[in-house]
Design a protein around this ligand. Structure first.
Ligand code: G3H
Ligand code: 13P
Ligand code: ZN
Length: 322
């Protein structure tokens, strides 16, 4: 089937109590690792491209890689989504250039300005058969060159969501309930420690999610910053020359719970980066004489496929739902 929008995917996910995984892509091995997992698990899939990915790999290369994946995976729906579109021009360029979904991220702007920019993107996108994700509230963490400190982040205010959605016409809404971008989501001071000395983050604000869903019945909610930072990858990196002390993520069982509620899209990027980096570091440590990129990218791609398979089955609950 051709690239699809997320409309049907989200409707089925909402009704079925699962979420669709949105994984960031930056090169061929990442696209292949993710799509091989989704094809095998018969899972609907969102491949997303950030501004940084477009700057790194070039828009056309990324679109063509995704189009190749669509040919290789004829039996699953795949959407191509712009992640964190910073302005109207970037959204327009992706809409004109083959994407089926865009995010306009004006969450750092005042409420009225966020509405105005989002509305403009929605009008252009809907005229071209493309759907729009918007954001209210802001997450802590690092994305592209923007670094939002924990103090500057803010939870979504449920009392704003109805006005925002009705005035913008957006198709899905990303909210801030305590997730955060990157591999260092929380400082040690925000966490407790378990018996192994690993940081345990504060729980997600399910009360906010539930109030948002009560005000927007049937409306698809999106969670960004949803990597769980698997400690086996952090260990793999640290034992092979890396240095990632106190990297910590969102516990998987909390994401699984969100997926059974109104959350229809869960964004995961950092965990794939950790999988890839961990296996490349390990490969180099074990084979210091090897220099053919195919040798170290083969296990890296396999490790991405393995972590995505795990997410589809155990976290998102979308395996078998294509
Ligand atoms: O939320 C941000 C994603 O992880 C993409 O990261 O902007 O470094 O490509 P990036
Ligand atoms: P992570 O950094 O937690 O993987 O979040 C990714 C994301 O939100 C992409 O938009
Ligand atoms: Zn994000």
């Amino acid at each position: 089937m051709p690239l699809t929008t997320t409309t049907e995917m989200f409707k089925k996910a909402y009704d079925g109590g699962y979420a669709v995984g949105a994984f960031n892509v930056n090169n061929m091995e990442i696209v292949q690792g993710i799509t091989e997992a989704a094809r095998e698990q018969h899972a609907p899939l969102i491949l997303q491209v950030s501004k940084g990915a477009r700057a790194y790999a070039n828009h056309t290369y990324l679109v063509k890689l995704v189009e190749a994946a669509v040919i290789e995976c004829p039996d699953i729906p795949i959407a191509l989504h712009l992640d964190h579109g910073p302005d109207f021009e970037t959204c327009k360029s992706c809409i004109d250039g083959g994407f089926t979904s865009v995010m306009i991220d004006a969450s750092s702007k005042p409420f009225a300005e966020n509405i105005a920019i989002t509305r403009k993107v929605v009008e252009y996108a809907h005229d071209h058969g493309v759907v729009v994700e918007a954001e209210l509230g802001s997450l802590a963490g690092v994305e592209d060159e923007v670094n939002v400190s924990a103090e500057d982040s803010s939870y979504t205010r449920p009392e704003e969501v109805e006005e925002f959605v009705s005035k913008t016409g957006c198709d899905s809404l990303a909210i801030a309930i305590g997730t955060s971008h990157g591999a260092y989501k929380f400082t040690a001071a925000q966490c407790t420690r378990n018996e192994q000395g690993v940081l345990v983050p504060p729980p997600l604000r399910f009360d906010i999610l539930e109030e948002v869903s009560r005000r927007l019945p049937g409306f698809p909610i999106v969670l960004h910053g949803s990597s769980s930072v698997p400690q086996e990858f952090v260990k793999m990196i640290n034992e092979n020359g890396g240095k990632m002390p106190d990297a910590v993520g969102i516990p998987e069982e909390q994401l699984r719970k969100a997926a059974t509620l109104s959350v229809c899209k869960i964004n995961i990027d950092s965990d794939l980066r950790l999988a890839m980096t961990g296996s490349i570091r390990q490969y180099f440590a074990e084979h210091p004489d090897h220099f053919d990129p195919r040798q170290y990218l083969t296990p890296a791609r396999a490790n991405i496929k393995a972590i995505v398979t795990h997410k589809l089955i155990n976290v998102l609950g979308c395996a078998g739902k294509a």
